[in-house]
Design a protein around this ligand. Structure first.
Ligand SMILES: Nc1ncnc2c1ncn2[C@@H]1O[C@H](COP(=O)(O)OP(=O)(O)OP(=O)(O)O)[C@@H](O)[C@H]1O
Length: 611
């Protein structure tokens, strides 16, 4: 396969600085971090730093001012204020941590599931979140205190439950925004399961807001907990800053400083958490910028994340048995029979956007589906890949891939359970917009590596060797360097090569390429077509090539199916269809191309697919 300068990595690589470095470059970040580190250290080292136990009392020395024996004086029970401040810090910080852990443990998984899967769980959990948010927290906490006694731990667990909807909503919204991203579809098409997609691709989007939220919630939890203790509702046995505040308030006119120290500690800690939250937000804001940079670059993206070994690609791959002849499919690798796809309309009907579509593809064959924009090419391809939106319905027909019925008549939807076993290893995907199909959060190598480790069971080292070889084969000039680059650091043409490498990485039998050259400039288009040809000639991969361009069809395809308004109007060998088109629509498409016109804009509709 060829390599050109056009696909050398961009210079210089604009690498992410680690978040911690970015936080520490921000004055607010460094001050808040320093304050929190000091407070946490003081709390952790309380047994060493505190001269007295938290409840050690000297009855004869109450409300004493600062002295050599009592650095910050004593309280009304003769207890050392400095020691209680240190011990109190332990309890106060731990209780805030407990509150955040409880809130995250409930809100995060619930938000992930509700955002990713939607439907019934989403409705039920949203209802529960609304209910929790409508409860007045302070009344609930007072009730719990009455029922269970004055325990700071129980209060913080309950408060954690009460604020868990904030994590739920944050997570759910973030997941909903990323659920339909092309790189999530591409990861699905490459064979990764839901659990892995959620933990790797979706969680990376949620991580930043969760971290920011946790810094803020920790501050709020300390404030609430101190408030409860200040009201005198805490346990007298548990030294907390809130309890010290309450004690100091009762003696404010006699010894004002007893109240000053816990107030300072609470104020400093809450302010430091809030400032740290803001600094984290600033530091993590780079992510959308990176995404924007990627979209601006425009082209290439993820078609899977797998690779194949040098020389004998097929021989090294533990693919399943060859496709057996399946009754009704004549042994075709892909067999689509009378497929109809529809979407519900507001009047309750179902509008068919694909209707009565039948075609087949055999091993090592390239079938091109050609047609104007909106003719149903992508919907057909997505039905094969199982990437149709949730609202889509398979109104009629069936699809068999490599002997497996992924769509059975009357089932109404694509069977993801049956398709899952085929994804990546038997069927792969090369998308239209390479950039949007690569996850911005992971390096190119990482994304290519994962499916091979998961689907082929390779070690990470073996998978890396395989990825490097594949990157070389698809014409990447410096595979080792490209391996470590992030998607925004490569060009569109490179991204499409990366995706092609990924598509063949687990040695599939069938690749669905959806307008793989549309987003690329003319020179790179030719190179990508050459790569697809190599995929067919060298690896024997069958390709379904979706395009609106007859030039691409003539260049690469063995057979062609012409689509208009959801129907296949003509199909046959490329030579026959291009040499003597029988259908008026095919002639119009060809004429427009020969006249140098853009076929997508000059066609006029003559028939329509309807419900
Ligand atoms: N989620 C959806 N809901 C309703 N209709 C949809 C949905 N997605 C696609 N369609 C409709 O399905 C029809 C076929 O769309 P499809 O994307 O398959 O066209 P295409 O031939 O691939 O065009 P293009 O080359 O522009 O991608 C279009 O009329 C489109 O409006």
């Amino acid at each position: 396969m060829t390599s050109t300068d056009a696909i050398a990595p961009a210079e210089p690589a604009t690498r992410h600085r680690p978040v911690i470095v970015r936080v520490l470059r921000n004055p607010l970040g460094i001050v808040s971090t320093a304050v929190l580190v000091l407070i946490v250290l003081a709390a952790v080292l309380a047994p060493l730093l505190a001269p007295y136990g938290p409840n050690h009392a000297e009855i004869g020395d109450t409300l004493a001012p600062s002295s050599a024996g009592h650095l910050l004086g004593t309280d009304s029970a003769g207890r050392d204020v400095w020691s209680r401040l240190l011990w109190g810090g332990r309890l106060t910080l731990l209780s805030a941590l407990l509150c955040a852990v409880v809130a995250i443990a409930i809100g995060l998984p619930a938000g992930l599931i509700a955002g990713y899967y939607g439907r019934g769980f989403d409705s039920a959990s949203s209802w529960a979140a609304n209910l929790l948010m409508s409860l007045p927290a302070i009344i609930v906490l007072l009730t719990v205190r009455t029922a269970f006694g004055p325990s700071v731990w129980i209060s913080m667990v309950v408060f954690g439950v009460l604020i868990s909807p904030s994590y739920f909503r944050l997570t759910r919204t973030a997941v909903q925004s990323v659920r339909n991203e092309l790189y999530v579809d591409a990861a699905r098409a490459s064979g990764l399961g839901d659990a892995r997609i959620i933990t790797r691709h979706v969680m990376s989007v949620v991580r930043a807001p969760i971290i920011i939220q946790t810094a803020l919630i920790a501050g709020v939890a300390i404030g609430i907990q101190s408030g409860i203790e200040f009201l005198g509702l805490g346990s007298p046995q548990e030294p907390t800053w809130g309890a010290m505040l309450s004690e100091g308030f009762r003696n404010i006119y006699v010894a004002p400083t007893v109240m000053l120290w816990p107030a300072l500690a609470i104020g400093l800690t809450v302010a430091a958490f809030v400032l740290l939250g803001n600094a984290l937000r600033d530091a993590l804001e780079d992510l959308p910028k990176v995404k924007a940079a990627r979209s601006a670059k425009g082209a290439a993206a993820h078609a899977g994340a797998e690779a194949a070994p040098p020389g004998t690609l097929h021989a090294s791959v533990p693919a399943g048995a060859p496709a057996a002849a399946v009754p009704g499919t004549d042994g075709h690798l892909l067999d689509v029979r009378g497929l109809a796809i529809g979407y519900p309309t507001s009047d309750g009907a179902v509008k068919r956007v694909v209707d009565g579509v039948s075609f087949h593809v055999d091993k090592g064959e390239v079938l091109s589906i050609v047609g104007e924009s909106g003719s149903g090419k992508t919907q057909t391809a997505f039905a094969v890949l199982g990437l149709l939106p949730d609202s889509a319905r398979i109104v009629a027909g069936g699809i068999t891939v490599d002997g497996v019925d992924t769509v059975r008549p009357a089932e109404g939807v694509v069977s993801h359970a049956r398709l899952r076993a085929l994804r990546g290893t038997r069927i792969a995907y090369v998308p239209q917009e390479p950039m949007s199909n690569l996850d911005p959060n992971y390096s190119v190598g990482h994304q290519l590596n994962r499916p091979m480790v998961k689907l082929l069971g390779l070690s990470r080292a073996d998978a890396k060797t395989r990825v490097l070889d594949l990157l070389d084969r698809v014409g990447i000039v410096d595979p080792r360097r490209t391996y470590d680059l992030y998607p925004h650091e490569i060009s569109g043409g490179m991204a499409q090569r990366v995706l092609i490498a990924g598509a063949v990485g687990c040695d599939p039998d069938l690749v669905i390429a959806d307008e793989p050259t549309t987003a690329l400039d003319v020179t790179v288009q030719a190179e990508v077509l050459e790569l697809l040809r190599g995929m067919r000639d060298e690896l024997g991969v069958a390709i379904v090539l979706v395009t609106h361009n007859f030039g691409v069809v003539a260049d690469l395809a063995d057979r062609v199916a012409v689509m208009q308004h959801g129907h296949i109007v003509e199909t046959g060998a490329v030579r026959d269809v291009l040499g003597s088109p029988r259908h008026a629509y095919t002639r119009t498409l060809l004429d427009s191309m020969l006249a140098g016109k853009e076929p997508l804009t000059m066609l006029t509709a003559t028939t329509g697919a309807t419900a």
